[in-house]
Design a protein around this ligand. Structure first.
Ligand SMILES: Cc1ncc(COP(=O)(O)O)c(C=O)c1O
Length: 450
């Protein structure tokens, strides 16, 4: 560790509040390698002197870094680096849709210790019912009710992440539908699940509210497709949120044609409106999916599927045949994190950070508008497909990985573009650096956003 009292900090230019710019400068100092994981940072007074700011500004900056999981304060001992800092060299990955780390090591350790003390009570020595023992289903139902929508523990299945829930829902519908309808581009995991089950995916046109009911109706009239896969909040990859009115219109079309909806609500934590879920609007027509990977941590493989009530038993039998279900240890760790309120704090952090990051992307890339200014973990830059592929290649050459169109493409004119996962870099400064590179690439006429 360097001499603590010789710290010199130059604040990045910009209009943001002083404490945010100071937080960024401290992050950069950590990322430069000067302070590693576990090192003690200079005292607040030394930082104040080195950056030429008031001590109150340092306190606010350190609080912010603590919320982001970069540092932790220990009473009477000082402030320590808790997250390994991202190098400022090397590439920035905006391809993987992971949230920044919001559960720190101490929280995981405490939850794991508590989980270990409770594992003795898991039924059958570790084999609860397929799809979750009742005790764990009650935990998941309470989490859902608190964070999104009411759910009965007897109706749901605990799954191995959201991906497993998608595959289960599609498998359940496979015999009664000629494919699955979705928008022009969709989550790559949903594409993989449909392919695995031999289901065709149909692209339905959309606007900034979501899928167009008339286009859906046409598809139902022309084909025997009777299933939809939708991500109504932060559609992946387009990043829009569907209004309740549009949901009601889509449901109306589905009722007329006796079609089912797979509602992937994994990004519910970012909802900007108070629209009810499809599940609340028509429970027996909807396979509802959620999980903790985007709102808490992908390190716990915990998802949930709430199918139409009549399909639960058949789906539990399917889970029995495939995996038996999520690991009881994961579930106990999740339970301990919920009890400690980590999910509620994570929600505040993620929402606030997503709003900042979307704002940053909008400013640096010069976007006239974004579908969810209140914050979405990803945004989409629409371009002709060939231009988008070239853009992704050019970005990679310059150290920024983005999602190319072929990873998410279903079909139709609107499927060209690249996705940027804004929450993936742990530090906002890494994102900013990546966005400046992308803005530079975009400024050449080949990459005009359409
Ligand atoms: C829309 C959507 N659904 C589901 C998942 C997968 O969730 P999990 O990691 O819980 O399996 C993802 C992951 O990127 C996603 O974007």
């Amino acid at each position: 560790m360097a001499d603590a009292d010789t710290v010199q900090l130059s604040l990045p230019d910009g209009k943001g509040p002083l404490h945010e710019r100071l937080a960024e400068a401290v992050e950069q100092l950590i990322a430069s390698g000067r302070y590693g994981k576990g090192d003690r940072l200079p005292t607040h007074r030394e930082i104040a002197r080195g950056a030429n700011v008031a001590i109150g500004t340092v306190t606010k900056a350190i609080d912010l870094l603590e919320k982001r999981g970069v540092v932790r304060g220990e009473t009477g001992r000082g402030t320590f680096v808790s997250a390994p800092a991202e190098a400022t060299e090397g590439y920035v990955d905006l391809n993987f849709n992971v949230p920044m780390r919001v559960v720190d090591e101490a929280q995981f350790r405490a939850a794991a210790v508590l989980a270990a003390t409770r594992l003795g009570s898991v039924p059958n020595g570790g084999y609860p019912e397929p799809g979750g023992g009742r005790d764990h289903r009650l935990v998941v139902a309470a989490w859902l009710a608190e964070t999104r929508c009411p759910a009965d523990a007897d109706d749901l299945l605990v799954t191995v992440g959201g991906q497993h829930a998608i595959h289960l829902a599609m498998a359940d519908l496979a015999g009664q539908t000629g494919g699955v309808a979705t928008e022009a581009a969709a989550f790559s995991g949903a594409i993989a699940a449909a392919r695995n089950l031999g289901l065709d995916l149909h692209a339905v046109d959309h606007d900034e509210q979501g899928m167009l009911p008339l286009d859906l109706q046409r598809l139902f009239e022309e084909t025997d497709c009777r299933a939809l896969y939708l991500t109504p909040v932060c559609q992946n990859p387009f990043g829009f949120e569907m209004s309740e009115r549009r949901r009601a219109e889509i449901l109306e079309v589905c009722r007329r044609h006796d079609a089912f909806i797979i509602e992937d609500d994994i990004y519910a934590v970012y909802a900007q409106s108070d629209s009810r879920t499809f599940k609340e609007l028509d429970p027996d027509r909807v396979y509802y999916i959620n999980g903790v990977s985007k709102s808490l941590t992908p390190l716990i493989r915990l998802g949930v599927l709430v199918p139409p009530r009549a399909r639960r038993a058949a789906l539990a039998a399917r889970v029995r045949a495939e995996t038996w279900g999520a690991s009881p240890f994961d579930l106990e760790v999740a339970r301990a994190l919920f009890e400690a309120g980590v999910h509620a704090k994570a929600k505040d952090i993620l929402r606030a950070e997503a709003r900042e990051r979307v704002g940053l992307a909008r400013k640096i890339l010069g976007l006239a508008s974004v579908p969810m200014p209140s914050g979405s973990p990803h945004i989409w830059l629409p371009m002709a497909t060939a231009a988008a592929e070239q853009f992704a290649r050019r970005a990679l050459e310059r150290g920024v990985r983005v999602t190319p169109p072929d990873a998410v493409k279903i079909g139709g004119e609107k499927s060209g573009g690249v996705r940027l996962c804004l929450m993936a870099p742990q530090q906002r400064s890494s994102l900013e650096r990546a966005l400046r590179i992308l803005a530079d690439i975009r400024s050449t006429p080949d990459f005009e956003i359409v």
